[in-house]
Design a protein around this ligand. Sequence first.
Ligand SMILES: Nc1ncnc2c1ncn2[C@@H]1O[C@H](COP(=O)(O)OP(=O)(O)OP(=O)(O)O)[C@@H](O)[C@H]1O
Length: 595
Amino acid sequence: MYLLRNSLCRELKSLRTTLWKSRVGFCRKAGAPEKSSFPRLAYGVTLGGCTFLSLHCLRTRKVNVKCEPVAPIREIPHQFDWRRLWSYLRPHFLKLLGAVISAIVVAYLNIKIPIFLGVFVNTLSKYAGIGGATVKTTLREFLADIQKPGFHLFGLYGLQSLFTFCYIILLSQIGEDMAAQIKQDLYRQIIVQDLAFFDRNRTGELVNRLTTDVQDFKSSFKQCISQGLRCAAQLIGGGISLVTISPHMAGVALISVPSVVLMFSMLGQSLRAISKKAQHQMEKATSVCEEALSNIRTVRSNASEYHEIEVFERETNEAAVLAQNLGSGIAVFQALTNFMLNGMVASTLLSGGYLMSTNQITAGQLMAFLVAAQGVQRSLTQGSLLLGSMIRGLTAGTRVFDYLAVSPQIPLDRGLSIPPDVLKGHIRFHKVTFAYPTREEQTVLRDFSLILEPGKTVALVGASGSGKSTVAALLERFYEPTGGSIELDGFNLSEISPMWLRGHVIGFIEQQPILFATTIFNNIKYARPDATDEEVFEAARLAQCHDFIRQLPDSYDTNVGERGAQLSGGQRQRIAIARALLKKPTVLILDEATR
Ligand SMILES: Nc1ncnc2c1ncn2[C@@H]1O[C@H](COP(=O)(O)OP(=O)(O)OP(=O)(O)O)[C@@H](O)[C@H]1O
């Protein structure tokens, strides 16, 4: 303990000396005269479990500005938000209209084609059994006769292909644009959320929203518009042409349609609930593997590989069972639909045969009727298949839109910034009370008061879990106090823009600093992308990491690996310190950054 304390003191002293030497650079940033600048440059609010004690816990004058208690995160809706969907579709309205019209035209042509096919077959059937005429006469007559119905039929086939091409290409463009926009909005929405949001939601789940859910939603949207629209139009049109060709046979054939529609709605409801559960479970399984893989060192050092495999297997098996339940539901639905549809065709043939035997309809009419009935049957089969995709899409869409509807309690860029000549770095915690939003029943700070004078190095000391990091987190405005107030140079922190505060005032080095999987140079520059190379090197020198970086084979271009895994813990911390120093912060917080 004693040694640890001494070594920490040494670290802090050396850092303080370095900072002292660099005071000129910091002064300029703060816009203050060079001589008096160091005091305002930094509070090293060193937050350590066993560091030396220099805690100012003062009861100070009453403040007027009172922080509002943190409101609970807004309840998110769980109904599909059609209005939001429309907001994404509106910019593509013309294309969507084009796609819808093309799909309807295709459906209309699909209805018309059997009728023209019937005429075509009737013309062909005239030549059945002609053997006495000369080949030449027969061919000429045949060509003259068949020309018109043939031209119509092939014309319709051509148009059908053209409009199919149109709606597919238009829907593909709309779907891709919309998915990209949703992804971007979702990412923008997620990344600005309060830390409480990230305390509540696992990374794997969030990544799932951005990838799988958006993908599912897009595919389902495209399918529903193209096939769904075509199915519906064909169903209606097919029904009309069946009635037109033969009302009697149509009556027999369409008898099963209402029951299929009824089944659609009844089964759809329960299938959607199963789908929601299955997707949630799949997400859970992904989170498990994401967490294990991203913390592979911890898994390995605890020899927990087999345990992780077991957990993953359990979660995926559960997901598979739920997915199978969904599949079974869809299978039952499709089997019933097929049975009804086949029954419909068989009864149509029976009644058609009878009508033909009594000369009430021609062979061409029966042919036309059968093709139209087949179209209706195909539409219903496709509709039942579509149902699964639609359920998946609606569930995924609901989850994506739910997240889009969540707004952060602490908007990132709203609030005031203190002019450089006013900014001194005087900090005051006044009777601060705080409980983490995810654990409201546990008060971490109660009536906590603290004054931090500019130019002082203050250490907070306390047992593990006593709230030292929490003080730093509140100063960073990661969370809002539930009571009391925090002031920076007399301004209530809750009125100050968090973005400005974190970007210009506070340099924060976390307890376990994380680096990005890029070069050391980029990691340091991350804090200030506009910094010059020299400034980056200078920050590294201040953090005493310049020398060891130079000794690495690729020097500043060394890739640090995922989360900085290819560096030692101490090296990671020093690079994180350099990153914080590059901002030339007015207040520097070291949360046991140099253990
Ligand atoms: N994100 C969080 N959500 C809920 N509770 C939290 C969260 N972070 C910390 N806590 C709880 O708040 C209390 C204070 O935690 P804090 O990290 O401030 O302690 P600390 O004094 O910095 O501890 P240490 O010296 O071990 O770093 C602890 O009981 C901890 O369990």
